[in-house]
Design a protein around this ligand. Structure first.
Ligand SMILES: [Zn+2]
Length: 482
């Protein structure tokens, strides 16, 4: 087994990833809250954990991956009521959309994708255990709160001092809702179980503390315990989850079980888009279909995402997508040349892309080392391109070419890049039905006439038929949807 070293948020150092007695590497990643389409910032986090999953498979860690779906919280309830749909119908729709987007980006499906609403019983049991042990109490509003002061290790992950929060909130005046303070013994305390409110509409469950719903932090503690046990090998998520979400998970789980929750903690730093924090008002808020409509294919989006290291702030840009577009073409032509030298065809490539590593990495040794050194994907890509350049010069014999294909196939599996998945340019013109061409032309004319409603209607219609219209500076082009 090849060693993987990763930065651990709790100890703040690079450490060898543990492989316990179970012979399995068990890890948990906090998944999406399904109240709308996930955006590029969410997906870069999930793509990085997907690469970790693939790397663990390659390196022989035998991973078991759990990523939850948050399908009950303030946002899902509020948006379901606004949409006039039941919570389950509403969250199902966005769960399916999320899973489809993950598939589009060639992410492997986790071993388990548990949903919060499917584990109410486990969550109530954990609250009960915490109440029994004196770590939780019923507040003035009927909700159950976690008593942060009862857990002396609180703050050990994020290196946060709970006393600071207490002081800050009592001296800063107005920062804290005072009415809320009476419900809890301390402002640092957080809700494990939320008593039913009018704004929850029809969303509630019965519990020993009356009607209500679980607090957000609780689901991950209950579901990780169910699927991975009291302690497991790695826990991860976006950097914003480190505090308070993960800190609260640790407090809940460790107080309930008496064991350390996870041996290793991994957090993915958020991206900037075009140099700025992503926001709807800045127009740099992208979901996957926005990028597809700009004419980028999923493999290009994925390659662009992997151009940044997960612990450095990454600037996601349109010029980066353009660079990924040509980078992917370079990768494809290098692989094509190797296939030819090995006496093989493009159809044979798929057999090389699998979670198996070669006995000898040869000229791709540095790429594999970069992979195992804190998941350094930009360095992996650099070393892969270098290796392919060398291979192109060296590959005289079919055997040498084949050895390079084996190494490249393993690295491409790890990165999760789908080569040769884009339609070729020739396909475009000859295979577009005349009806589609006619509608695209009508859309263009509507747009020129500033009839944007009609133009949008036609674009959506074409999209439903499986065709993308992409505007260019000198007109438009039609592409089959990726
Ligand atoms: Zn979580």
């Amino acid at each position: 087994m090849d060693e993987i070293r990763m930065y651990d948020t709790m100890s703040r150092e690079l450490r060898s990833l543990p492989l316990g007695d179970s012979g399995q590497f068990r890890f948990y990643v906090c998944g999406p809250t399904v109240y709308g389409p996930a955006h590029i910032g969410n997906f870069i986090t999930f793509a990085r954990f997907d690469v970790l999953y693939r790397l663990l498979k390659l390196a022989g860690y035998n991973p078991f991956y759990v990523r939850n779906i948050t399908d009950v919280d303030d946002k899902t309830i509020r948006n379901a009521i606004e949409a006039n749909e039941s919570l389950s119908a509403f969250t199902e729709k966005w769960t399916v959309q999320f899973q489809e987007d993950c598939e589009t980006l060639n992410m492997l499906v986790p071993d388990v994708e548990p949903r919060a609403t499917g584990h109410i019983k486990e969550q109530i049991e954990m609250v009960q255990a915490l109440v029994d042990k004196g770590h939780a109490y019923v507040g003035g509003d009927g909700s159950v709160y976690y008593r942060v002061r009862s857990f002396s290790d609180y703050g050990k992950l994020s290196h946060f001092d709970p006393d600071a929060l207490q002081q800050q909130s009592t001296t800063s005046g107005g920062a804290v809702n005072l009415a809320d303070e009476y419900e809890r013994d301390s402002v640092a305390d957080f809700a494990l179980w939320k008593a039913r409110k009018d704004s929850d509409g029809p969303v509630f469950w019965e519990s020993p503390w009356g009607e209500g719903r679980p607090g957000w932090h609780l689901e991950c503690s209950a579901m990780s315990r169910k699927y991975l046990g009291d302690n497991f090998d790695l826990h991860g998520g976006g950097e914003d989850l480190c505090f308070p979400h993960h800190e609260n998970e640790i407090a809940q789980s460790e107080a309930a079980t008496g064991k350390p929750l996870a041996a290793h903690w991994m957090h993915s730093i958020h991206l900037l888009v075009e140099g700025k924090k992503m926001s709807k008002s800045l127009g740099n808020f992208f979901v996957i279909s926005d990028l597809e409509e700009k004419g980028y294919y999923p493999a290009e989006i994925r390659l662009a995402m992997l151009g940044g290291h997960y612990r450095q702030q990454f600037n996601f840009t349109v010029s980066g997508l353009d660079a990924a577009k040509s980078g992917l073409s370079k990768l494809e032509s290098a692989v094509e040349a190797l296939l030819e030298s090995a006496g093989l065809k493009r159809e044979d490539w798929g057999a090389f892309v699998k979670p198996e590593i070669p006995e000898n990495w040869g000229i791709f040794k540095n790429a594999w080392a970069a992979f195992r050194n804190d998941l350094n994907t930009p360095a992996v890509l650099g070393a892969l391109f270098n290796g392919l350049k060398k291979a192109r010069k060296n590959a005289n014999s079919p055997q040498e070419a084949k050895a390079s294909l084996v190494s490249t196939g393993a690295l491409i599996y790890g990165l999760g890049l789908e080569l040769f998945s884009r339609p070729t340019a020739e396909q475009d013109v000859s295979e577009i039905p005349s009806e589609i061409q006619k509608l695209a032309k009508e859309r263009w004319q509507a747009k020129q006439a500033k009839d944007f409603n009609e133009a949008d209607r036609l674009r959506n219609f074409l999209s439903e038929k499986g065709w993308l219209v992409v505007d260019r500076s000198d007109g438009y082009s039609i592409q089959p949807k990726p």
